[in-house]
Design a protein around this ligand. Sequence first.
Ligand SMILES: Cc1ncc(CN)c(N)n1
Length: 221
Amino acid sequence: MSFTDELADVGDPIWDAVVDHPMVERLGEGTLDEAPFRYWVRQDYVYLVEYARVFALGAANAPDLERMGTFAELLDATINTEMDLHREYAAEFGISEAELEATDPSPTTRAYTDFLVRVAATGTFGDLVAALLPCMWGFHETAVRLDERGRPDHEQYAAWIEMYVGEEFADLAEWCKDLMDDVAADATAAERERYRDIFETSARYEYRFWDAAWREEEWSV
Ligand SMILES: Cc1ncc(CN)c(N)n1
């Protein structure tokens, strides 16, 4: 049994909860109000900036040139391709680039991205991979599960599923799982336990990120 097979026991119930959350369930059915989705699009833009920072830290901490190069490519792809696509996608919901840039992180976005960046900046390379894995694996799993229920009539929601179920994101999820397995193969039992905890925290934040959008969460004061 690989280490990521063990992590699947932690992740699976969380991905199940994600697809059963009303925000995601309605996205999959095409019945989701656009207001919480617009909120999600804006918060995800903020998230992607910090996510890119994790790739930069991954390149800085990578133990060999090959992995350093892959993290550098992911940084480039996120900043120069995924964020362009995100801006185009946001425009379809009437959200301008200026509005994306002016978005303040919600409490959950702040907490999740601070967690990711803290682990990436102060932890080991294995800690960083464990923190990143739910972002790649969880999104792909969510899209796969929604796709199994059938594509919605809503054009943009169907495009969301199509993007994350597609080959590029499937390959990214596999790459990150292989990387986790490689790192875990040389780790002590205590390190693997720590990777499991970090993975679980990130996966829980993935759920909270959808829930915050559903509630259009704001700071209380
Ligand atoms: C919150 C979140 N998690 C993961 C992904 C996939 N890159 C994303 N765009 N947003």
